[in-house]
Design a protein around this ligand. Structure first.
Ligand SMILES: *Cc1c(COP(=O)(O)O)cnc(C)c1O
Length: 228
């Protein structure tokens, strides 16, 4: 038998251990396997072990690749920036979009989706207020959440963030705490709990810290697909 070409089992074990340290149930956090740049064969080898949830960051790549994976029952999330002219295609290939950061984009999703099956989205927050980064600023999050809630055809489900870059996982902890606090503030301001269920935060180098701080979706690419 060939050596496994991925680290899925090891990452799952580390996620369970992080849940244990945080006193959380292991099923309270889901692994989003980020498959950008990976081949259909690599994706299938991970799916074969039971991984269901995958993510891509570009609509074009997803459109070319998802049909080639040809594994039934997989769930695909879009985690990268979305241009309004790609919304129609995105809705065909993805079951959730993590990167909604403007009312114009939310309106386009609402307009293109089926009003009887509101399309689930997360609001991307630029938690570090970095000039070049996507995401709504924290102090504008409440207004955007309220605006999304008025639209038919789109269902707000929570928050997503990419914190300021650091090689140190611990450096991300205050940013993950800030996103969880923002969620609490939005709830206190009247945004309903069902619109704030998910916290999408944590990547290969800091997902354990994110789980300790309340992540419900961790987006892990290189650590899953790297050779074991
Ligand atoms: C690529 C990507 C990830 C995964 O990054 P890794 O460091 O490979 O785990 C997570 N989130 C977003 C938005 C990405 O583009």
């Amino acid at each position: 038998m060939n050596a496994p070409t991925h680290n899925l089992t090891h990452i799952q074990a580390r996620m369970i251990a992080a849940c244990g340290r945080a006193g959380r149930a292991p099923d309270s956090v889901r692994l989003v396997a980020v498959s950008k740049t990976r081949t259909p064969e690599e994706i299938r080898s991970v799916a074969t072990l039971g991984q269901v949830l995958f993510a891509e960051n570009r609509v074009q790549e997803a459109r070319d690749k998802i049909p080639l994976v040809a594994a039934a029952g997989l769930e695909w999330h879009l985690i990268g920036p979305l241009q309004r002219n790609k919304v129609k295609t995105a809705l065909q290939f993805f079951q959730m979009i993590h990167s909604v950061d403007s009312i114009e984009l939310a309106r386009e999703i609402a307009h293109r989706s089926n009003p009887t099956a509101p399309f689930p989205v997360l609001m991307q927050v630029n938690i570090g207020c970095e000039p070049q980064k996507s995401g709504v600023l924290p102090n504008e999050a409440q207004a955007l959440a309220q605006a999304i809630l008025t639209l038919p055809g789109i269902a707000l489900r929570g928050l997503m963030t990419i914190p300021p870059w650091s090689a140190e996982a611990e450096a991300a902890r205050p940013w993950f705490q800030a996103l969880a606090q923002l969620r609490d503030q939005l709830m206190a301001a009247g945004i309903p709990a069902h619109a704030l269920q998910e916290l999408s935060m944590g990547m290969s180098n800091d997902f354990e810290v994110a789980i300790e701080e309340g992540a419900t979706l961790v987006r892990i690419g290189s650590a899953v697909f790297a050779p074991a």
